[in-house]
Ligand binder design. Sequence first.
Ligand SMILES: [Zn+2]
Ligand SMILES: [Zn+2]
Length: 277
Amino acid sequence: MIKVKFYGTRGSISVCGPKFQEFGGNTTCIQITDMKTNRIGIFDAGTGIRDLGNDLVASGHEQDQIFIVFTHFHWDHIQGFPFFTKAYDPKQKINIFTMGKGKNNDEIKGLFTTLMQSEYFPVPFDKMGASFDFMHPDVLSGIFGPLQVKITANRHNHPGGAYGYRIEREGKVLAFCTDIEHGDEIDQNVVELCKDADLLIHDAQYTSEELMVKKGWGHSSYEQAIQVAEMAGVKQLAITHHDPDHDDEFLLGMEKQCQQRFPNCVLAREKMEIEIK
Ligand SMILES: [Zn+2]
Ligand SMILES: [Zn+2]
């Protein structure tokens, strides 16, 4: 019913090289496809959105309006945006969606005009070509605009704040919680958001040892991601936002440890697809 495709699984900064072939080097970007209607939605615009856009063009995908739902606007979640091919198509409407009590259109648009101001990028945001709309509902749950899914959001702990999302369609549930630092205890609101999800995609940038020295950096350990999955009773767990210092060998070892405790768990790989049926 819903297909998830990872276009970027890396956290903080993109990486490349022979040690990063299995899990990939692009930063956070996920495509969600409603398999019945073939409509897509996008989570975050890390460097992975470049490949996503190219794939959409190559497959001839046409969609009147594309939603990009943002968890937050740290670099690793927006840096691919200026390279999103569909944003240069004058026929394309793109809806930038984020939760934003108290935010207004100009503030959100300003994040993108700044990202693309001439000191940083040759093409200004307003000259890209596509027409942009901004949505920032101040209620945390609902079916927003033409989106044909129920979205519930939860603001969680991360420097500057970030949102976790729960997507529900025809009884199937996807939860996406990245860039989250639980603190000493697992955040119960996150557990609630992920309750009985068919698939939970959760940040696990660190090992428990690394987390001890990275307190305040805004991320989780894989033990915490598994704890959330267990507490929320989720069916499948996909771990993402891999640390740029964790190469394939390290992540394969980490995946084995995760699977020993929570068998239906994978570490997300770039271009990996998971169907929620
Ligand atoms: Zn991040
Ligand atoms: Zn972040």
